[in-house]
Write a protein that binds this ligand. Structure first.
Ligand code: T1G
Ligand code: NAD
Length: 649
């Protein structure tokens, strides 16, 4: 039997309507057409009293089909399908399992009843795609659960688990056991009862104006340059002020406007690029190795963050430090980090739980049962080579050895191993438990299953893996160097650093290039330059050298490019910096903020193009993912490669 987009079966006078469009039952044109037919058929079928709407496979419905968004809208639209279900003579019950997201949640709001399996999650994540719910979500949800509860779902990406949805009245029952049997039984019981009011028939109580103001402030802070959350609020408020019909009309108009926007195109680009990166086609046939126990060598800034990330993914961790004092320091740092994160998540108890499976030691022999060991010691080749020699001797022969190096060539670490095939770079970004980017850097000897395991680890950590070839700085730090070089060139030509930083903030970065250097510390790159000079390399004098030698290391020393008042991270233009660097500067000149941003983003894209041409990155998607997930490139602009393409079209 050929699979249709929607299956339909009779069961004890209840119609079972199953949306079957793998992998997530996205509602596309075929599904919409079939549902329109089935509502009519069921209404006319004397053997049917009610209908249950379900999803085949892992989830109920993952949303409208995002693949359709780049094309003109085709009728019947989802709003039309929902309106037809809403107007059906016989009641429809939506039985949700897995997820009901976007249009998947909206279609349930057209049903008389919603029931959910315990694992169900319901949400309206459209703003994450630069759009707003376009099939009634901004109007029906507030009428079902109230404005205060609906706003975070519609405009702030809040997802509701089954129990929370039940408590809010979004679902009428949480069903256990066999979903079909429970759904049929539920449908049969409600037949004897008066039908509940449809969402669109329910009253809506407005919020006090100060609450709307607070919502606006909250959204402003979170949305940054993405217009969609604000527009979602606009749609909600239009319905509050003008009634459901006007609200639905306004919502649809805003949805269609945003659907064709540059921001939505950029966010869709990232949505698909992220998924393609997590499961690269070339690795899909290779089984990853088992990953049940992880080791880390080096419990400094990165080692602590990596330990927290691994624990967050449920992996027991053994962390090796140099001596008892360092072990003590690392333990305290990790406890503090886990406690802070547990407090933010609202569940302080998890910190102790996560610490339970952390072993801190000074002996590398304690790593003998680990499946994977990540080295995160000083950025020094000799120190790292010594660590890997000891790991090579002390770890299992099939254990994967990974280096977190930022700049060193992993081949220089693999070449001393009995089995170089088990080593690769897994480059975490600081803070390692928060930043989603992982640069995966195999050597020519890295075995495919070792590489596949690194990608599987990334997925388990909820991170975005991007494979990088071997060059100075891999993908991200190489582009960063070019970006900073271009910014410095603009500064030397007379453009003030505060104009450059301000331009990049206006473009959508959280901070500009000079502010970031002050945050990270000017001494790190200064020490790298000094080490290179000590190796006999010719490294030109940099402004950072002058600043660091004058004790200006950045925020950590109260001043760098900018001055800082203790306890206040606000950058202040520094007369001292101007005096120290006056010899490097041409006379002041102005440049428009947009031109500054275009210049710097173009430099990033140029370097990205060179990286692709050299085969270091597989393509533009990889460069965009590195910049968005590793360096704060604004998501709603898609990354330097996408942005340049969009500007050119
Ligand atoms: N449309 C098309 N394809 C989709 C899709 C969607 N909505 N969601 C996922 N996919 C593809 C994805 O590209 C990947 O493809 C595969 O499914 C597995 O995805 C009118 C307008 C549902 C929680 O934003 O959050 O409804 O790589 O790896 O980890 O108001 O996918 O295999 O070729 O993520 O199990 C709103 C987006 C749409 C939800 C499953 N909905 N999806 O997670 O699998 S707009 C969303 C997700 C909308 C209405 C508006 C997740 C998931 P491939 P995956 P997963
Ligand atoms: P760090 O100086 O904060 O920590 C290094 C730790 O390694 C120290 O605690 C030190 O005691 C320990 N150590 C040194 N030799 C050791 C040994 N033989 N055995 C056990 N422990 C030993 O450095 P970091 O910032 O955490 O960086 C670690 C690595 O990660 C470096 O290669 C760095 O390039 C890379 N990295 C750093 C960042 C960052 O932003 N800091 C980002 C990505 C990658």
């Amino acid at each position: 039997m050929t699979r249709t987009a929607v299956e339909y079966a009779h069961h004890q006078r209840i119609a079972l309507v199953t949306i079957d469009n793998p992998p997530v039952n996205a509602i596309n044109l075929a599904v919409r057409n079939r549902l329109m037919e089935l509502v009519r058929e069921i209404d006319l079928d004397p053997a049917i009293d009610a209908a249950v709407l379900m999803g085949a496979g892992k989830v109920f419905v993952g949303g409208a089909d995002i693949n359709e968004f780049g094309r003109p809208v085709e009728a019947p639209t989802l709003p039309e399908v929902i309106a037809r279900i809403e107007g059906a003579r016989k009641p429809w019950v939506a039985a949700v399992h897995g997820v009901a997201l976007g249009g998947g949640l909206e279609i349930t709001l057209g049903c008389r009843y919603r029931i959910a399996s315990p694992d169900a999650k319901l949400g309206l994540p459209e703003v994450n795609l630069g759009i707003i719910p376009g099939a009634g979500g901004t109007q029906r949800l507030p009428r079902l659960i109230g404005l205060a509860e609906a706003i975070p779902v519609i405009a702030e990406m809040k997802t509701l688990a089954a129990k929370a949805a039940l408590a809010l009245g979004l679902v009428d029952s949480v069903i256990e056991g066999d979903r079909t049997a429970a759904a049929v039984a539920f449908a049969q019981t409600v037949l004897a009862k008066p039908l509940p009011a449809l969402c669109i028939e329910r009253p809506l109580t407005d919020l006090p104006s100060e609450t709307w103001s607070e919502v606006g402030r909250r959204i402003e802070k979170a949305a940054k340059g993405n217009p969609a959350p604000h527009r979602a609020i606009e749609a909600i408020r239009h319905g509050v002020g003008h009634g459901i019909e006007a609200g639905l009309k306004q919502e649809r108009a805003i949805f269609l406007e945003l659907r064709g926007s540059r921001e939505a195109a950029a966010l869709r680009h990232l949505f698909f690029a992220e998924r393609a990166a997590m499961r690269p086609a070339r690795l899909r046939e290779i089984a990853p190795l088992p990953l049940n126990r992880a080791g880390i060598v080096g419990g400094g800034t990165m080692g602590v963050g990596i330990a927290a990330a691994l624990r967050g993914a449920g992996l027991p961790v053994i962390l090796v430090e140099r001596d008892a004092e360092a072990v003590q320091r690392t333990g305290e740092a990790l406890e503090n980090l886990l406690a802070a994160r547990a407090r933010r998540s609202g569940d302080p108890a998890t910190a102790a739980l996560l610490m339970r499976d952390v072993t801190l030691t000074t002996s590398i022999d304690d790593l003998k049962d680990c499946d994977l060991v990540v080295e995160a010691v000083f950025e020094d080749l000799a120190v790292k080579r010594d660590v890997f020699a000891r790991l090579d001797a002390g770890c299992r022969a099939d254990a994967i050895l990974a280096t977190n190096t930022s700049y060193l060539d992993p081949r220089r670490l693999a070449d001393g191993l009995r089995d170089p095939g088990r080593l690769l770079g897994i480059h975490f970004f600081s803070p390692a438990h928060i930043m989603k980017l992982l640069e995966i850097v195999p050597t020519p000897d890295t075995r495919p299953e070792v590489l596949a395991t690194a990608f599987s680890l990334a997925q388990r950590l909820g991170k975005i893996p991007v494979q990088s070839g071997i060059c100075e700085g891999f993908i991200g730090n190489r582009i960063l160097r070019r970006y900073r070089g271009e910014a410095e060139a603009l500064w030397r030509s007379g453009i003030a650093i505060e104009a450059i930083d301000g331009a990049m903030r206006a473009f959508g970065f959280a901070m500009g290039p000079f502010e970031v250097q002050d945050l990270a510390g000017l001494d790190i790159s200064y020490l790298q330059r000094e080490a290179a000079r000590a190796r006999g390399e010719t490294v030109p004098e940099a402004p950072g050298d002058i600043l660091v030698r004058a004790g200006r290391k950045g925020q950590k020393s109260g001043g760098g490019w900018y001055d800082y008042v203790s306890g206040d991270r606000t950058p202040r233009v520094s007369p001292e910096t101007a005096r120290l660097l006056s010899s490097l500067l041409n006379e002041r000149r102005e440049m428009a903020s947009a031109e500054i941003a275009e210049r710097l983003v173009a430099a990033m894209a140029d370097e990205g193009g060179a990286i692709i041409a050299e085969g270091i990155a597989a393509g533009p998607n990889e460069v965009d993912l590195v910049e968005v997930h590793g360096y704060g490139f604004p998501r709603w602009k898609g990354g330097p490669m996408f942005y340049r393409n969009q500007q050119a079209s």
